[in-house]
Structures are given as structure tokens and as C-alpha cells.
Design a protein around this ligand. Structure first.
Ligand code: P1T
Length: 380
């Protein structure tokens, strides 16, 4: 089955054996009757499994070309489940430029439990090996990174991980399975904040993991059930519905993203523009190799390079909404230094380029002319 068909049908066999409903029923139930202790139809308690969540988990696995999908109450809950695979003394290598909440979870929760993190620049994959030792258990890759849009070579990184027998996880939130399929490139775990493009309508907070290895899936399922950070049936239904239009939304996000990136680059009040589709972007070749498009996320700085100038621009936007999050049909603008990445110490975020004048755009699927007009008036 090809990708566009998969978004609509993937994993969705016999979705409603009772009445043949085309959309999966929302099984709004916590529990399931048993004829005798243990005598049930595969479902006993909705933390352990729920049929609507199963339908979603199968769809998630299908679009990522994976075997096993797991859905969680948020993206961070999904990352939290991955990190619970490890124990004190274990070491994890992560991209240094990543979502502020992931950084906070690593540093302020799991470091306290004795896991050591190395935050490094992975744009040159040969940087990674210097940080590997006998305790290294995971390479955590976000690509494109949030918010600097750096691209990490997934295939090259997975080769290093395999050579040293280390797990590799990719946060695929920005690209989605439409643009990039990390498991096919050698990753062991693909993670999503499904809150973003998978849900696609800014109305659900959710996370997901997809893996191919049964033993790894069993361990993650054990954690999902034992720790309990699952999502509910209504939200499962909504994200399943979102996935059905992922391909057409992403196509439009990419088209609008390109128009806006190229517009910003020519604007006299704009400083740097970060978008992997520019031919002279240092990561462009890798982006072209591993992605089928460049997505709808763009970051840029103001020419004045001041906090005040960036704040003025985001306050003046009218079609773009100033808000956290991304990946919905509507365009959003954010100020990473004070919003999504405020939990990263200033010195750390400045090292990765998250300066006070940086603005991040999640380009929606509105008419591009309206988005460009809005940016023009806000920058002017
Ligand atoms: O918000 P949540 O569903 O828990 O997902 C966390 C997360 C993980 N990974 C990436 C790449 C993300 O961008 C996020 C969430 N990010 C935002 C809310 C944001 O505005 O960047």
C-alpha cells in the first residue's frame, strides 16, 4: 500500500466487526465484561488497551512502516516511556538543539534519576562516536530540530548506533511520516508529538512511539501500562481522523512553507532565515536525501537582532496567531526564547542559535497571499 492510501486505510481492517461502521467507534469505556475470570475478548481495562486506541496505534505503525504503535497522553509522555527503558549509570546522547520540554525532561527529571546526558551537535555524524562509551544506551535525534531546523543524517547516525549496539530514537514531529520515515533509515524508535501534524487541528495533546522489534515493543508496552500515561478514546479518534488527511495537509504546509521562506529571505527587515529547503543551507543535501519535502516550519531573526524587534513582529501579526505549538491547519508564530524554549538556560540556548530575536513560524494551510501580506505588515 502506498503512503496516501495508508493514511486512510493503514492498519484499519475489521475496525467495527459489530456494525461495519466506516469510522472506528469511540469505545468510551474503562472496563469490559468477562464471562469468567480472564474470559474476555482481548480487552479488560482501558489503561492496558482500548479498541479505539488500538485502531489509532495500528494506523500509527502503518504510516511509519513499523510493526508496533503505542499512543500516549502527550509527546513528552511518549519520550518519558522511552527513557524508562534505562537505569542509573546509563548514558544518552542527544541533539543539543531540541524542544525545550524534551530538554527539561532529560535534565530536570531523568538526570536526577542518575541517567547522564550529552547534548551535542550531530549535524556532523562523526561527532557522535567521541561521546560513546560502554554505558551509552541511546542516541536521541530530533530532525528537523526545534527551533533551528537543523537536519541530522538519520542513516549515518543509525549506522553508528548499530555498530555500538545502541538504540536510536528519532523525534519525527516536524517532518512526520509523510516527509521522512526514520525506521526505514535504520532508527529503532520513532516518536511523535501527535499534538502537532498528526492531529493537525490543534485540538488534541498526544504522543506516539512506533518500533519494529517485538521485544522492544513489549518493554515499551509494559511501561505504557505500568506507568499509565495513555490517551483517551475520544482523543484517539480525533488523531486517527487527523491522520486520514495528513498527506494533503503536509503537501500544502510544504508549498506554503517554501513560499514564505523565500519571501522572508528577500525582506529587508529579516536577518537569518532557517529552512532546510534553501539550496545553500548547510544541511540541504541531507534534507534532500532523507526527506521528500521541507515542511512548514521556519525560523528567522529580525535584522535588528533585538528582543524588542521580535516581540513587536509577533505582536503585530494578525493571521498568524502568537501561540505555542505547531502543525495545525492555522498558522502560528512563536518566540522560542520566551515560550517553547524558556526552560533551557540562556547560555545553552544561545549556543544553539536560539537568540532573543528568533521567531518561529508554523505555516498553516491558508492562502499563501494572506500569510505573506500578514508578515509584510507585521515586519513593516
Ligand atoms: O507537547 P507534547 O505533545 O508533549 O510534545 C512535546 C514535543 C516533543 N517533540 C517536539 C519536537 C515538540 O515540538 C514537542 C512539543 N512542542 C511544542 C509544544 C512547541 O511549540 O514546540
Amino acid at each position: 500500500m502506498k503512503f496516501n492510501t495508508k493514511t486512510i486505510h493503514g492498519g484499519q481492517v475489521n475496525i467495527d466487526p459489530a456494525y461495519g461502521s466506516v469510522m472506528p467507534p469511540i469505545y468510551q469505556t474503562t472496563t469490559y465484561s468477562q464471562t469468567t475470570p480472564g474470559g474476555h475478548k482481548g480487552y479488560e481495562y482501558s489503561r492496558s488497551a482500548n479498541p479505539t486506541r488500538t485502531a489509532l496505534e495500528n494506523a500509527l505503525a502503518s504510516i511509519e512502516n513499523g510493526e508496533f504503535g503505542l499512543a500516549f497522553g502527550s509527546g513528552l509522555a511518549a519520550i518519558d516511556a522511552v527513557l524508562k527503558l534505562f537505569k542509573p549509570g546509563d548514558e544518552i546522547i542527544s541533539t543539543s538543539d531540541l524542544y525545550g520540554g524534551s530538554y527539561r525532561l532529560f535534565r530536570q527529571i531523568f538526570e536526577g534519576f542518575g541517567i547522564k546526558f550529552h547534548f551535542i551537535n550531530m549535524q556532523d555524524a562523526s561527532n557522535i562516536e567521541g561521546y560513546i562509551n560502554n554505558n551509552t544506551k541511546l542516541i536521541w535525534v530530533e530532525t528537523p530540530t526545534n527551533p533551528m531546523m537543523n537536519i541530522i543524517d538519520i542513516a549515518a547516525t543509525s549506522k553508528i548506533a548499530k555498530k555500538h549496539n545502541i538504540l536510536m530514537a528519532v523525534d519525527n514531529t516536524f517532518a512526520t511520516a509523510y516527509l521522512q520515515q526514520p525506521l526505514d533509515l535504520g532508527a529503532d524508535i520513532v516518536m511523535h508529538s501527535a499534538t502537532k501534524y498528526l492531529g493537525g487541528h490543534s485540538d488534541v495533546v498526544m504522543g506516539s512511539l512506533v518500533v519494529n522489534d517485538r521485544e522492544l515493543a513489549d518493554r515499551l508496552y509494559f511501561i505504557q501500562n505500568a506507568s499509565g500515561a495513555i490517551c483517551g478514546p475520544q482523543d484517539s479518534f480525533l488523531v486517527l481522523r487527523g491522520i486520514k488527511t495528513l498527506h494533503i495537509r503536509m503537501q500544502r504546509h510544504c508549498e506554503n512553507g517554501e513560499k514564505i521562506a523565500r519571501f522572508l529571505r528577500t525582506h529587508p527587515r529579516v536577518g537569518k532565515v532557517y529552512w532546510p529547503g534553501f539550496e545553500d543551507n548547510p544541511n540541504h543535501d541531507i534534507a534532500k536525501k532523507q526527506m521528500s519535502g521541507f515542511g512548514g516550519m521556519i525560523s528567522f531573526t529580525t535584522i535588528e537582532e533585538t528582543l524588542e524587534s521580535a516581540v513587536k513582529v509577533v505582536e503585530n501579526l494578525k493571521v498568524f496567531t502568537l501561540a505555542e505549538s505547531l502543525g495545525g491547519v492555522e498558522s502560528l508564530a512563536g518566540h522560542p526564547a520566551s515560550m517553547t524554549h524558556a526552560s533551557i538556560p540562556e547560555a545553552e540556548r544561545l549556543k544553539t542559535g536560539v537568540v532573543d530575536s528568533l521567531i518561529r513560524l508554523s505555516v498553516g494551510i491558508e492562502d499563501e497571499e494572506d500569510l505573506i501580506e500578514d508578515l509584510k505588515q507585521a515586519l513593516g
